[in-house]
Design a protein around this ligand. Structure first.
Ligand code: ZN
Length: 242
């Protein structure tokens, strides 16, 4: 079997047979890869503990007929230890892994920007330097932007009228001016909109100076925006399979 090396974040693992696991990986060079890790559920396994969710690993894989096989695994950064011991970090990190798996839909299609964003996000999350909720929301907005769904938090999403504006619509792609406003839009406060814009661009010095009481409203907007796009992508996938 031909061998190849790659670096990866472990997104998810599932049991396979008596002693094996299937690991879903987001790799640097090959995008999403599902690979069999043989014997990793035995206590004598050489690399079992290295292939846990959140782990940043350097791998050697063998190309298989259906699934590739992990033949070597070296830990680059065991983010799982620092993330799993803190509830807020763990819930934020789990949502990051799930979103990365959903937004990188196709296997074996390079998604290097998504990979680098996830590595950077998990590193910050594990370090405990920043609020886990802000790390998550920034990751979600930037991950959606990489996927082609960048929201606008300044100019009107429909006509381009310079902001700031008062209405947000997930379906329209961001803020709407008073002329373009449609029924059912949210009306976030100016501070919430400023926070969202800072999280999208990774402007931490602005994001962290905005009063923390606006974080919950910003999270609600991010969740609604993510939900809207994931449901649409799911529907389009169902459509393709028919
Ligand atoms: Zn407008």
């Amino acid at each position: 079997m031909p061998l190849y090396r790659d670096q990866a974040i472990v997104l998810r693992t599932q049991k396979l047979g008596e002693a094996d696991r299937i690991a879903t990986l987001l790799t640097r060079a090959n995008g999403k890869v599902r690979a069999v890790a043989k014997g990793v559920r035995r206590t004598s396994s050489r690399f079992g503990a290295r292939l846990e969710p959140f782990s940043h690993v350097d791998l050697q894989l063998a190309t298989g007929r259906t699934l590739d096989v992990v033949t070597q695994a070296e830990t680059m950064a065991p983010y799982g230890e620092a993330i799993a011991t803190d509830y807020a970090r763990y819930t934020a990190g789990t949502a990051m892994l799930e979103t990365a798996e959903r937004l990188v839909a196709e296997e074996m299609e390079p998604a290097v920007q998504q990979y680098l964003l996830l590595v950077g996000g998990l590193r910050v999350l594990a370090s405990g330097e920043r609020d886990p909720g802000l790390v998550l929301d920034s990751f979600l907005l930037r991950s959606l932007a990489i996927s082609g769904y960048a929201p606008t938090f300044d100019a009107c999403a429909r006509c381009g009228e310079p902001g700031p504006h008062r209405s947000f619509s997930a379906g329209a792609g961001g803020m709407l001016c008073s002329s373009c406003r449609i029924p059912g839009t949210a009306s976030p406060t100016p501070e919430t909109v400023e926070l969202l814009g800072a999280l999208l661009t990774g402007d931490w010095s602005t994001a962290e100076t905005i009063d923390p009481r606006f974080r919950k409203a910003a999270s609600g907007i991010v969740a609604a925006y993510l939900q809207w796009h994931l449901e649409r992508s799911l529907r389009s996938l169902v459509h393709v399979e028919r």
